[in-house]
Unconditional design. Sequence first.
Length: 256
Amino acid sequence: MFSDELEKISWEETTKAIYSKTDADVRRALGKKEHLDVNDFMALISPAATPYLEVMARLSQKYTMERFGKTISMFVPLYLTNSCTNSCVYCGFHISNPMKRTILTEEEIVNEYKAIKRLAPFENLLLPAAAGVPYIARALDLAKPYFSNLQIEVMPLKAEEYQELTNHGLNGVICFQETYHKENYEKLHPTGPKSNYAWHTEAMDRAMQGGIDDVGIGVLFGLNTFKYDFTGLLMHAEHLEAVFGVGPHTISVPRI
C-alpha cells in the first residue's frame, strides 16, 4: 500500500533534495530520452530549473502533440448530492456549514443525464457523490443508456466495493489526496471518514485491486507547498505503476 511507503519518506529531506538540485541536474533531466523518474522531476520543479521554463514548455507541447495530437478529452461532472459527512476546513460542503442539503432522486438523476446529452454528445461522465455504494450503483445503472465512460469521485471505498461498482458499468475512479503532508492533512480534515490519512492514501491501491485500471489522482495546491505535494503525486504515480503495471491516467492540480 502507498501509505506504507509514505511512512518511510522524510518530507523534510525530500524538500531539501528539491532545493539542492543543480543546473546540471536540470539539463540531465531535460536531455533524457527514456522515462523520467521522481528524481528527474524534482530537478524540473527546483529553483535551478527557472531559466528553463521555455524549454520545458516546448518539450511539453512536443510530447502532447506526439501522444494526443490536437484533441481535447472532456468530461461532464454531475454532483448527485451536496450532503457530506466530512469537515474539510477549506470546503463549502463542510458538514457544519448551514446550507440546504439535496440528494437527487432517480427521476432527477435521469433528467440531469438527458439535459447533459442535449447540450452536446458527451460520453465521459464523472459522478462526484458523498453517498452509499447502493445509491452510486443505481446512479451508474441509470447512466449506462446515456454515456459510454462512467467515472466516480467519491469517498474512498473497500476493494470489494469498487469491484461491485464495475458490475454496474464503472470504468474509472478519481480521488484527490488534497495534500501528502500528513500533519497538515490531519489538521485540515479533523473529523469524518476523510480524516483517516492512511485509508485515503490507499484508495487507488484498493481501486486497482478491485479491477479498475483507469484511476486519477490529484492534490489541491495551496494546502501545502506545491513542490512538496507535486513530488508526492509523482511518488504515488510511480508506486501504482510499479505495483499494478499502470499508473494514473490523469493527474490533477486544482488550486484553492
